[in-house]
Design a protein around this ligand. Structure first.
Ligand code: GTP
Ligand code: MG
Length: 187
């Protein structure tokens, strides 16, 4: 189901796991990789592809939710505002949202837009994990030092850090870890 009104999401009796992060970070691609369906969630090399809240019902038991990205430079101001209220309402009101995966691009230094969003989630007491995407685009050593930078930055504010995952939709990396974590939460 796709919609722009969080209130019209499917009935909320099942566990739900959402994917969020900057436009183009790879949310839709990651969902396709997890479910092993290349074209289930629509992807694009141009940021701003996903514009709606998309519920995918998995094994008749739980939902994966693809969300529109933030920080899309070309979006108009009113677009930014409607993104904010749509996503804020969804995240705050969705009682069956078990956890949210916040996707980060490890090729970039820690960005304030991501840090602000992480802070907002923490202030709302909403559970989340961090997922470093597109790992295939980096050397292992660069990836590790980027993750270390993120950890150091987060440790300036928080003593305990959320679970972290490394994924590549292209190389199918991190699939078992993410699905294993979801299974653990489902239990
Ligand atoms: P919006 O819907 O615009 O917010 O973007 P999104 O976060 O859903 O990103 P999407 O999955 O559409 O991917 C954006 C671009 O990154 C596409 O060109 C993908 O092919 C590419 N991409 C996504 N994941 C990976 C990855 O793990 N490795 C590589 N090399 N490219 C990736
Ligand atoms: Mg998308």
């Amino acid at each position: 189901m796709s919609n722009t009104d969080p209130g019209r999401s499917p009935e909320s009796k099942k566990h739900e796991f959402a994917f969020i992060g900057r436009s183009n970070v790879g949310k839709s691609s990651l969902i396709n990789m997890l479910v092993q369906r290349k074209h289930l969630a629509k992807t694009s090399s141009t940021p701003g592809k996903t514009q709606t809240i998309n519920h995918y019902y998995i094994n008749n038991t739980w939902y994966l939710v693809d969300l529109p990205g933030y920080g899309y430079a070309k979006a108009s101001k009113s677009n930014h505002e409607s993104w904010g209220s749509m996503i804020e309402t969804y995240l705050k009101k969705r009682g069956n949202l078990t956890t949210t995966f916040i996707l980060l691009d490890p090729r970039l230094e820690p960005q304030s837009i991501d840090l602000d969003f992480i802070r907002w989630m923490a202030n709302q007491n909403l559970p989340f994990s961090l997922v470093f995407t597109k790992s295939d685009k980096m050397k292992k050593s660069e990836l590790l030092s980027s993750i270390k930078k993120w950890e150091d930055t987060l440790h300036k504010t928080w003593e305990v850090l959320p679970p972290m995952f490394v994924t590549s939709a292209d190389k199918h990396e991190g699939r078992e870890q993410l699905l294993g974590y979801i299974q653990k939460l489902l239990k």
